[in-house]
Design a protein around this ligand. Structure first.
Ligand SMILES: Nc1ncnc2c1ncn2[C@@H]1O[C@H](COP(=O)(O)OP(=O)(O)OP(=O)(O)O)[C@@H](O)[C@H]1O
Length: 267
């Protein structure tokens, strides 16, 4: 399905509530193709809710006049949306851990073609789909674990497989919700390197509360605070000690070196 828009996300004046409890208010967000974004916010600020809004798991409050376009379209079938937008959440990771522990890395990746948990006899995979699955394993540097079962994988290995499952469709963008949860420092570093590599193929929208995960290719940042997008724009403008102190409600001294940001001290 083609569209002429170069905009991935175009949200205007969106409000979201759980029952009557308002969670997001007046959300305005515009993300264009070829941009890479980090979405930062403290626990409970509404980041996951924002992702559910993007993935169509939640809908805007119709009491307000709003605009909600993804790749220039207001309506998507879930299957078509997933082909264009790889959405990687920890819910999916946990689901595979519980329901798909017997699957091999290769099968997890191949399952992306049918959006299923696992591969089944009735599913007919074409030769080029098998070839693509191998290409994806190689790209994500996990070809060596092709036959390893989910139950025996490390957290980082399974998470790469889940990215691979989305990558078979060559999506235009990836949304990664706190993708380094549960990884040790070395695994976190190597995982961010894979995301950096992925940013050559697709736009990345990285949701995190770890400032040091904002890799140099990230061009824009949105700060979620107080149920809304408190600030958004070019990374250099948004990432400041003042802004971060405000959203994390603690005095942060932010430093930048070689396009990498880190917290020098917290007062
Ligand atoms: N199913 C739900 N029903 C009611 N309230 C919810 C539900 N899910 C989330 N919330 C509330 O919505 C708010 C935003 O939650 P959300 O999970 O989007 O935050 P977050 O920024 O992703 O947090 P974290 O960094 O801890 O994952 C929180 O106050 C949370 O308690």
């Amino acid at each position: 399905m083609k569209n002429s828009s170069d905009t991935i996300i175009n949200f205007e004046n969106i409000y979201v509530s759980y029952d009557v409890k308002p969670i997001l208010e007046n959300i305005n967000l515009k993300i264009k193709e070829k941009e890479h974004w980090a979405i930062l916010g403290s626990n409970g600020s509404g980041k996951s809710t924002l992702i559910k809004l993007i993935s169509n798991d939640l809908y805007p409050n119709t009491k307000y006049h709003f605009k909600k376009e993804i790749f220039g379209k207001t309506r998507w079938s879930i299957f078509d949306l997933k082909k264009n937008l790889g959405i990687i959440t920890n819910d999916l990771h946990n689901y595979f851990e519980k329901q798909g522990s017997f699957l091999t890395a290769y099968e997890v990746i191949l399952s992306g073609y049918f959006s299923s948990i696992g591969v089944f006899k009735h599913q007919d995979f074409k030769q080029e789909q098998h070839a693509k699955a191998l290409e994806v394993l190689e790209f994500l540097e996990i070809l060596d674990i092709k036959d390893k079962r989910v139950g025996h994988m490390s957290t980082g290995q399974l998470r790469r497989c889940i990215i691979g499952r989305a990558l078979v469709h060559n999506p235009k963008a990836f949304i990664l919700d706190e993708p380094t949860v549960g990884l040790d420092i070395k695994a976190q570093r190597s995982f961010i390197k894979v995301i950096q590599k992925l940013s050559q193929k697709a736009s990345i929208i990285l949701v995190t509360h770890h400032i040091e995960e904002i890799f140099p290719e990230v061009s824009h940042v949105a700060l979620v605070y107080n149920k809304t997008i408190f600030k958004q724009g070019r990374k250099e403008k948004i990432l400041s000690s003042k802004n971060l102190s405000e959203i994390f409600e603690i005095d942060i001294n932010l430093e930048e070196e070689n396009e990498k940001y880190y917290i020098k001290s917290i007062i």
